[in-house]
Ligand binder design. Structure first.
Ligand code: SF4
Ligand code: MG
Length: 327
């Protein structure tokens, strides 16, 4: 049986004045129904671009998918005729973003915006569409949904607005929800509430959920598996428990060490020194080598490390994973 979503060897380039920026360099992911996959990495590692390529919202020009597959239930969307491809994306795959204000229309009430979706895509009457909108606001736990359905986006707090955006994304019952930094703009308490809500909705609806984040701290409780991206590649993939207990790639390890810990209050956080590479000029060999404390000669030579199998269901693109795992 084909996975719900399968991305194979995806390559995305941006043709810029400074040359070709290789934003995604052979990324692969699998997502099954009812599963939560977290995609982790610093900004500029290719997470958002991957999501945009899947959703068909990549800005082109300057962005181009140059190779790879985006399979939805076995069918490669990139090979489908435009109309069918758009239909799958509109009905089956939904996305939410960091900034709910830019995703919502400021001049219409949230109830109107939700109801429009049901009227246009489901052919519902005005009254039915409004009732369905209230139901949905209720499902995303907006208190007093019936009395708030006529409110405008700016009348909601940041966290409540994020819930409205989630309601919009879920309106047409997608099978896949992609959330790109959904809580980054929110304070810590609200972050946890939104993550909890996403996890609950995912379970209730048996959706596949992709959580994109730079913060390893926010996905520990909700993800099943983690894929860590660096310079457009998946450098480590593992079940969530394994990766937090024992990271297998030096980059994952560095990300973990940079999570603020309450029990170490006042101690200095270890931050990853140096910057991610410029995508027009990715280092030879392992792209992480200029920042890696385990780097040795073979790391600086092409080809880049392959995805070594380091344990059941685990891969890491590092020549020295054994050392990192502490074996
Ligand atoms: Fe570090 Fe070498 Fe592993 Fe790359 S391959 S992460 S440079 S040890
Ligand atoms: Mg991003």
């Amino acid at each position: 049986r084909a996975p719900l979503l399968q991305i194979n060897d995806l390559h995305v380039e941006f043709r810029t004045r400074d040359g070709v920026a290789k934003a995604v360099n052979g990324a692969s992911f699998v997502l099954n129904p009812g599963e939560t996959l977290a995609i982790l990495g610093e900004s500029g590692c290719g997470k958002s671009v991957t999501a945009q390529a899947v959703m068909g919202i990549l800005e082109s020009p300057p962005g181009y998918i140059t190779r790879g597959e985006v399979r939805y239930r076995g069918v490669d969307l990139l090979k489908l005729p435009e109309r069918q491809r758009r239909k799958v994306r509109a009905n089956k795959i939904a996305m939410i973003f960091q900034d709910a204000l830019s995703a919502l229309n400021p001049v219409y009430s949230v109830g109107f915006q939700l109801a429009e979706l049901f009227r246009v895509h489901r052919g519902m009457s005005r009254g039915d569409a409004k009732n369905r909108a209230i139901e949905l606001l209720d499902q995303v736990r907006i208190p007093g949904a019936r009395s708030r359905v006529g409110d405008y986006p700016h009348q909601f707090s940041g966290g409540m607005r994020q819930r409205v955006m989630i309601a919009m994304a879920l309106a047409l019952d997608p099978e896949v929800l992609i959330a790109d930094e959904p809580t980054t703009a929110l304070d810590v308490t609200v972050q946890a509430q939104i993550m909890g809500l996403l996890a609950e909705l995912q379970r209730e609806r048996n959706m596949g959920l992709i959580l994109i984040t730079h913060d390893m701290g926010v996905v520990a409780d909700v993800a099943d598996r983690i894929s860590v991206m660096y310079a457009g590649r998946v450098v480590e993939e593992a079940p969530v428990y394994d990766i937090y207990a024992r990271p297998g790639h030096p980059y994952t390890r560095a990300l973990l060490e940079s999570i603020p810990r309450l029990d170490l209050k006042g101690q200095q956080l270890s931050v990853i020194h140096g910057l991610p590479p410029t995508l027009t000029d990715i280092p030879a060999g392992c792209a992480f080598h200029p920042r890696c404390r385990y780097a040795k000669d073979p790391c600086r030579q092409d080809p880049a490390p392959p995805a070594y199998s380091i344990a059941p269901h685990r891969t890491a693109r590092c020549h020295f994973s054994r050392e990192v795992l502490g074996e």
